[in-house]
Design a protein around this ligand. Structure first.
Ligand code: GCW
Length: 712
């Protein structure tokens, strides 16, 4: 009997041990699905923990708002996770070693001697180790409460990456006040160009009951300094402004607020007519102005920290001011004036073009549209309006020059729109780390008035001293555990936030931070993933669109598969103009569409001449024979062949590099990503064969290396 009892106790113990183990395993597995993204905060090794032994265990919170609560909870939770330490919180400073969280004003009443080295702008923060009343303190302070939260995340990031700091004296300031993401979510739960599952906000025409993911998303955004999120598609359903929906949207704003993320909405210009019951949406009609005013008042009554509206008008079939022969400035201003009393802003997208262009006319050029539409209106937009400009003049292609419009709006607020969701860059199925591409655009010097005027300084409002400006990223996260559909693609969301905060950060720095936070600091892991990510844009470009050829993808369909013929002979204007003699769009002033003339003179000079135009944009700006010799010494056609073969080989090489990480990272992400690389390598071969075969069929010039054949 005793023996039996013992053995049954033993069995029960084993069973519960197994249960505990499987629970632990499932916790690890759940944690490694990618859901935590760069906020994993895993337990540091005892040795690494030693670095932070001197950090106080007491935290003093000088404010009691929701943002402070968030900061306090985040700090406490992640200290426990990473350092196995329980922080003791207090709202009063009693003389002992402490971490102190407070705005500068709050801090001054405690310790008037505390003075930051420079003015801290809103959202900026200062981390400072100093003695207060004889005790070692670490101060996390800012001019705003949101800045304090950002300071907490900055400290946590340092610890998670094992940064060795004995004492801190670091102030960080955002480059621009606007650091927003746009989500292209529809009320039915689908996301336009979303590759990470259905909407985290909506299902079946209404806001989800369970907004846990929306809150987690806000946490992710806050951790990288993003302060606004537009929660619906720019192809906006007018119904988004119906009263019944606004009261539901309020719940999203409520889960954003503790993280300092402001909610905003994309709106359709025809709303006053379609849902407002007016017989017009003419922006100059006083009834329309009144409607927008009342609508804004209603929204602010429910969502006091509402950020504003985003407008896509007269674009791709959307309604717009042209219906009443009014200008885009008229349309933007009627909305800006409704938002102004509440401090909100309207983003008016410059993505306006005629999608029924006559392709027979070689002078027609979609690239010219943003400038043609908006440059004449410079100075006509109200201060609460911001013109939101896509990075390139076409549409998020793998290689485009910077939009000339950035240089040409002197008296208008502007923001750059970057695409995090990889619509034309592999749809999260191919690895394509976009930070190096974004940096090329942000660092591009427009030479306005012959001075150094990089795009980052134009969009942030520095060059023309604009009151507001900044960065918008189209994110499109979804319900998939890992948000974007692929764990590695999250580097783009992270990178967008980091660049919006500080566009001077290097791509290497950003990816190194991200990899350490997402996968840990094993040197082999860090080195391998950093290298893969940093090479990925170039690799993707080399097998999908070298030399700036433009859209070779299926433009009338999924924007993903190869489809070079689909770009031509239609009104969409994403033309490459390939024929039997040559390839490329002639956008020169001398013989082409004249697009190059939209740039400031020094940039014009660079692009206009074949001798100065960089190879990687050659076909964007010039139509050349296939036998044209590049700066590299190769002919265009041979470059296209070689580039595709090299690109496909590099994609296959990704698998080999990735396999080195087996056993170095968790199995779940290891296998998930391995499968993706295997798929990408196959797709790269498909692209290679499709494009090389097509180029051969139109040029009839054989590949010197005899790899390209076509049975026709
Ligand atoms: O790139 C195109 C996309 C559309 C998108 C549009 C835009 C939301 O294919 O899906 O519509 O750009 O930016 O408005």
């Amino acid at each position: 009997m005793r023996r039996r009892l013992c053995s049954s106790t033993f069995l029960a113990a084993v069973a519960s041990l197994i249960a505990i183990c499987s629970l632990l395993l499932s916790v690890v597995a759940a944690g490694e699905s990618g859901a935590e993204a760069w906020l994993r905060y895993t337990r540091l090794s005892p040795e690494a923990r030693k670095l932070y032994d001197r950090l106080p265990s007491r935290v003093v919170i000088l404010g009691n708002s929701a943002l402070f609560k968030t900061a306090q909870n985040e700090l406490a939770r992640d200290f426990t996770q990473m350092l196995d330490r329980n922080l003791i919180s207090s709202s009063q400073f009693t003389p002992q070693n402490s971490i102190i969280l407070g705005t500068l004003d709050q801090l001054h009443s405690l310790a008037p001697e505390v003075n930051p080295p420079q003015r801290i702008v809103p959202d900026g923060y200062w981390l400072k180790s100093m003695r207060i009343r004889g005790h070692e303190c670490l101060i996390i302070t800012a001019s705003t409460e949101r800045g304090v939260l950002y300071g907490v995340f900055a400290l946590l990031s340092k610890i998670a990456r094992g940064e060795d700091f004995a004492r801190l004296d670091e102030s960080q300031q955002p480059y621009a006040p606007i650091r927003w993401v746009n989500q292209w979510d529809n009320l039915d739960g689908r996301i336009e160009r979303g590759y990470g599952g259905p909407s985290i906000f909506y299902t079946d025409g209404r806001v989800r009951d369970d907004l846990t993911r929306a809150g987690q998303y806000a946490r992710l955004l806050a951790s990288i300094g993003i302060n606004g999120c537009t929660v619906n598609n720019v192809n906006a359903a007018p119904g988004i402004l119906e009263n019944g929906i606004v009261s539901q949207l309020r719940r999203i704003a409520d889960v954003f607020r503790p993280w300092g993320v402001q909610l905003s909405l994309a709106v359709d210009l025809s709303s006053p007519k379609v849902i407002g019951g007016l017989d017009t949406f003419d922006p100059l009609d006083p009834r329309v102005a009144d409607w927008w005013r009342k609508k804004a008042d209603e929204i602010y009554a429910q969502i006091p920290d509402f950020g504003g509206f985003v407008v896509k008008a007269d674009s791709e079939g959307r309604s717009g001011p042209s219906a009443y022969a009014r200008s885009h400035a008229d349309a933007a201003n009627v909305i800006a004036r409704a938002l102004k009393p509440h401090g909100g802003v309207v983003f008016y997208r410059a993505f306006v073009y005629n999608h029924r262009l006559d392709w027979h006319d070689l002078k027609n050029d979609r690239a010219k549209a943003a400038y043609d539409n908006f440059h004449p209106l410079d100075g006509n937009f109200d201060d609460h309006a911001i013109v939101q400009i896509k990075n390139g003049p076409i549409d998020f292609q793998v290689r485009e020059p910077a939009s000339p419009l950035f240089a040409r709006l002197r008296r208008t607020n502007q923001a750059i729109e970057l695409q995090i969701t990889q619509e034309y860059t592999g749809q999260q199925k191919h690895l394509c780390f976009l930070v190096p591409m974004w940096k090329e655009v942000l660092d591009f010097d427009m030479r306005v008035d012959g001075n150094s005027t990089p795009v980052k300084d134009l969009v942030s409002g520095r060059v023309f001293h604009r009151p507001v400006g900044g960065f918008v990223g189209v994110a499109n996260v979804g319900m998939d555990d890992n948000w974007l559909g692929s764990p590695l693609s999250m580097a783009n969301l992270y990178g967008f936030g980091r660049l919006a905060w500080n566009p001077n950060l290097g791509a290497e720095t950003i990816i190194d931070e991200w990899t350490r936070l997402t996968f840990g600091s094993d040197p082999l892991v860090v080195q391998t993933i950093n290298t893969l990510q940093l090479s990925s844009w170039h690799v993707y470009e080399s097998y999908t669109g070298p030399l700036g050829a433009g859209t070779l993808t299926n433009i009338t369909g999924n924007h993903y598969d190869p489809g070079p013929e689909s770009s031509e002979q239609n009104g969409w204007g994403q033309w490459h103009r390939a024929d039997h003699q040559g390839i490329g769009m002639d956008r020169t002033v001398a013989t082409g569409t004249g697009f190059i003339g939209q740039y400031p003179p020094e940039v014009q000079k660079q692009y206009e001449s074949l001798a100065n135009c960089p190879d990687n944009l050659l076909l964007f700006f010039h139509h050349v024979p296939y036998t044209h010799v590049l700066h590299s010494g190769k002919t265009v056609v041979q470059h296209i062949y070689d580039s595709h073969y090299e690109g496909a080989a590099s994609a296959a090489g990704f698998i080999v590099q990735w396999k080195k990480l087996e056993g170095h990272i968790d199995e779940e992400r290891y296998h998930d990503i391995l499968t993706r690389f295997q798929y990408q390598a196959e797709q790269a071969v498909k692209w290679r064969d499709a494009i090389c075969g097509w180029i051969y069929s139109i040029s009839r010039i054989p590949d010197e290396k005899k790899r390209v054949f076509r049975n026709d």
